[in-house]
Design a protein around this ligand. Sequence first.
Ligand code: ADP
Length: 495
Amino acid sequence: MAFIGSLDQGTSSTRFIVFDETGSIVGQHQLEHRQILPQAGWVEHDASEIWQRTQEVIKGALANAGILANQLAGIGITNQRETTVIWDKEDGRPLSNAIVWQDTRTQEFLSSLSEDVKSKVTYKTGLAIAPYFSGSKMNWLLKNVPAVTEAVASNRALVGTIDSWLVWNLTGGVHVTDVTNASRTLLMDLETLDWDDELLKIFEVPRSILPKIASSSEIYGKTLASGPLGAEVPIAGILGDQQAAMVGQACFERGESKTTYGTGNFALLNTGEEIVRSKNGLLTTVCFKFGSEKARYALEGSVAVTGSAIQWLRDQLGIIKNAPEVEELAKSVTDNGGVYFVPAFSGLFAPYWRNDARGVVVGLTRAATKAHLARAALEAICYQTRDVLDAMSADSGVKLPEMRVDGGITANELCMQMQSDIMQIDVVRPKVIETTALGAAYAAGLATGFFKDKSQLRANWQEGRRWKANPGSSLAKSGLDNWKRAIERTLDWIK
Ligand code: ADP
């Protein structure tokens, strides 16, 4: 049993990575799936396609690693969070497309809740009242899809986040989720770590269709020998993607934090066994729970649009051919030329939580070029991240000594240097940047005894690259002031 597997089901792709005991990658395979956009504000995935891709990447990664499934001590699963799947347990088919975390169709339902109900939900769950989370998505499916109504009435419906869908398929019927995924549904009480009857009533979700909530690190079941692994392998870890990155970055202790730069940005701060309720627009969420140990909590700053603004420059404006090109273009000018870009495409997430905001480009003059816009897009990634980290310091009273980063954008040297200048602290990237997949592998490895304890995992973490701040950078002074003024101009746009 020399290896551990990790299934990483993300917003745009699915991959399977085989790790060895040092946390090094032995083999992997990755495939994209379709983004289905039926109308403005709606984002869906085909859960059958995701299951299909899952089977392919598992086989591909084992072949790439040159190993057999029976050499895996276990597998961990990490997933895009909040995205909601509902399926028929008799024939295993989804009853509707999955509703993705970015989808805003349930805004109206949420607005109809009374202020009393809203504050109760926020207190119990630690979340904001936003279409982002699974509860209102489940409510929508139950109310609007006739096949769902029928399946619920005849006791055939099961619902869950992507982790549940994959475990159910891999094991042939185990219906389970972990505390980190459940903490993103608006249906779980952060204190009891169980579905809450009052919340279930508000969102009109029957308990009978929900999965059992388990810890993030335990054996939930074994894969079917007739499945893509071709062997019975324990599934022994489940973590939502951002929580998995915390574990992969070895942020096990109170006060430790990381920021992941991908489609959106997600900063998490471990607050230990304490549930810290934010006064500054952050979310409170479960960080991880290893087996029978107590749950650890986190404060989270979620920014909806960072890497996807770079995709927008590529796909909608056509000013770059691929994401890495943005760095060359931005470097061709020495500053942003007074141009600020706030990519509030679907409103603003943390710390603002303004669904009425929409994107702006301000400060345009006749001299502005696409290079200034590219630079402004990179700065926007960094300023949005500074906004959530400032909120974190205000809530926790801790000024971060340095920032641990990971995710696709951290390949962009200019962006990371700007981040350090804007934050005025060091930015540090580990050697292994696949921290999300690594975190799920760690959770599975701890449950199966493949890894001894957290100190072994901590020893695996190695610094890969460090960016130091230029003291007195104007990005952290006048730049930050201008950024705040640009944010104001996005607000109150949608009536
Ligand atoms: P996710 O896991 O959310 O799919 P990744 O960590 O794979 O995201 O990062 C992909 C995102 O990062 C894309 O939105 C892409 O536009 C952006 N990106 C990738 N490389 C770069 C780069 N060199 N500079 C800026 N953005 C980049």
